[in-house]
Write a protein that binds this ligand. Structure first.
Ligand code: FCB
Length: 462
């Protein structure tokens, strides 16, 4: 790898023992969709629905990481990261989502963990990053209570095999996306559009998290670090009006408090329960569920991309939609945008972390994802001089340092993502990697942002 050429100053203000990493997810990089006994997940099915994914792309091949894993670990070693956050594909390890372990599928993760450890990189396992076995969706999916128990069984298959070598287990990645985008908005797998189903999915995802955490902890013979990763932003009122303040309250409730309150306080937020009741909906809570969901965890994984404002009126000034529901309209801050159209709001990252520290105290945080897609222009060698992404990373890492100065207990930062990869409904069109992937040849080329990240880590440790 080359020296970095960017004029963006290296990161400062973080301690030598801060954890630096890169993150990926199984369906986004592995490919090998039908090898060694893997069965389809909801993303294999959804990506074949016409119009569901830009370019009709799918994860059949992706970055071919399943066959290029040692080379990808070598890339990480070259960057000098402490840790690699990857996810395990449930349908590889337990085809169909029930029954015994599939040794061939599990073997891939055994080899990955060993390769990482041999290279001095700590494996950070996410058990579920959205690839639900299709058979479990056919049986009702996350809106169906039994799925939570199936998840805990699967978690134990992974834990029993890897718990001797892996210290950190994250149960779920971004349950809001699974529940809301997958079951209410329908833009992610499985593509359903049913508000009550998405509420039930939320509760059963959290229940699955609690059940899995309790079972792993009960089975351990040495301490592990357990947690969950949530995607969070900030929800500020667009204007100084009662309607906008109420819209911000609702957005924050559905996006953040609906998850963190049961996890940390053992109760769903009273105002959200009231709002839901007003529209005839309720979370399907049974006796004892909230004790399970609020079982102690060790780390909160924070995924941050941008913050936004909310208005309680639509563009015509109406306060209710056609169904009589209150308007909660996202208004993106007036800043530069990434290729996703997402505003670049590092100061709101600091705001979020300080607020989490205040409202949910006593829980160490790790940034498990942060990064940006831009329209990269590779040169003839595949090198991308991505000043935009480098600046995004620099400003958001500085935002983490600022939050720590205000007391937020943030202990690590994982860049999303190691590689350009399958960006869900956006297919391969959106590139988040700090390493460029040529999808024709599968050649990997570290971008300038990767070199800046490498040099920053080295400088902070020096
Ligand atoms: C997050 C996902 C991750 C990636 C980034 C851009 O919501 O967890 O897989 O797609 O967004």
């Amino acid at each position: 790898m080359n020296p970095t050429t960017t004029s963006v100053p290296l990161a400062t203000g973080l301690p030598a023992k801060f954890v630096w990493g890169v993150a990926t997810a199984s369906y986004q990089i592995e490919g090998a969709h039908d090898e060694d006994g893997r069965t389809p997940s909801i993303w294999d099915t959804f990506s074949r629905v016409p119009g569901a994914v830009v370019g009709a792309d799918n994860g059949d091949v992706a970055c071919d990481h399943y066959h290029r894993m040692p080379q990808d670990v070598a890339l990480m070693k070259g960057l000098g990261v402490d840790s690699y956050r990857f996810s395990v594909a449930w349908p590889r390890v337990q085809p169909g989502g029930r029954g015994p372990v599939n040794p061939a599928g599990l073997g891939f993760y055994e080899r990955l963990v060993d390769e990482l450890l041999e290279n001095g990189i700590a494996p950070w396992v996410t058990l579920y990053h959205w690839d639900l076995p299709q058979e479990l969706e056919d049986a009702g999916g996350w809106p169906h209570r039994d799925t939570a128990y199936r998840f805990a069984d699967y978690a134990m298959l992974v834990f029993d095999a890897l718990g001797d070598r892996v210290d950190t287990f994250t149960t779920l990645n971004e349950p809001w996306c699974s529940a809301w985008l997958g079951y209410n908005v329908g833009v992610h797998a499985p593509g359903r559009k049913d508000f009550d189903a998405s509420l039930a999915a939320t509760h059963h995802l959290l229940l699955g998290h609690g059940l899995a955490t309790q079972r792993m902890r009960a089975a351990e013979t040495r301490p592990h670090n357990y947690g969950i990763t949530l995607n969070m932003g900030t929800a500020d009122p667009h204007g100084d009006t009662e309607a906008d303040r109420d819209a911000a309250r609702r957005a924050d409730g559905m996006g953040l408090r609906l998850y963190l309150d049961p996890l940390r306080k053992g109760a769903y937020p009273a105002d959200m329960v009231e709002d839901l009741a007003a529209r005839g909906s309720a979370l399907p809570v049974q006796d004892g569920d909230l004790e399970i969901i609020s079982t102690p965890i060790d780390t909160l994984g924070v995924n941050f991309y941008f913050g936004q404002d909310f208005a309680g009126t639509d563009e015509q000034g109406r306060t209710q939609d056609a169904n009589g529901e209150p308007i909660v309209r996202s208004v993106l801050p007036d800043t530069a945008r990434t290729a996703m159209g997402w505003p670049i709001t590092p100061e709101r990252f600091t705001q979020l972390l300080v607020r989490l520290h205040r409202d949910y105290p006593g829980l160490p945080m790790v940034i498990t994802e942060n990064g940006a897609a831009f329209d990269d222009q590779p040169d003839a060698t595949g090198y991308v001089a991505d000043d935009d992404r480098t600046e995004y990373l620099a400003s958001h890492i500085a935002a983490v340092a600022a939050a720590r100065e205000q007391g937020a207990d943030v202990r690590g930062y994982f860049a999303w993502s190691l590689l350009d990869n399958f960006e869900w409904a956006e297919g391969y069109a959106k590139r988040f990697g700090i390493v460029h992937v040529n999808y024709e040849t599968q050649e990997r080329t570290p971008k300038q942002s990767a070199l800046w990240f490498r040099d920053s880590i080295a400088a902070l440790r020096a």
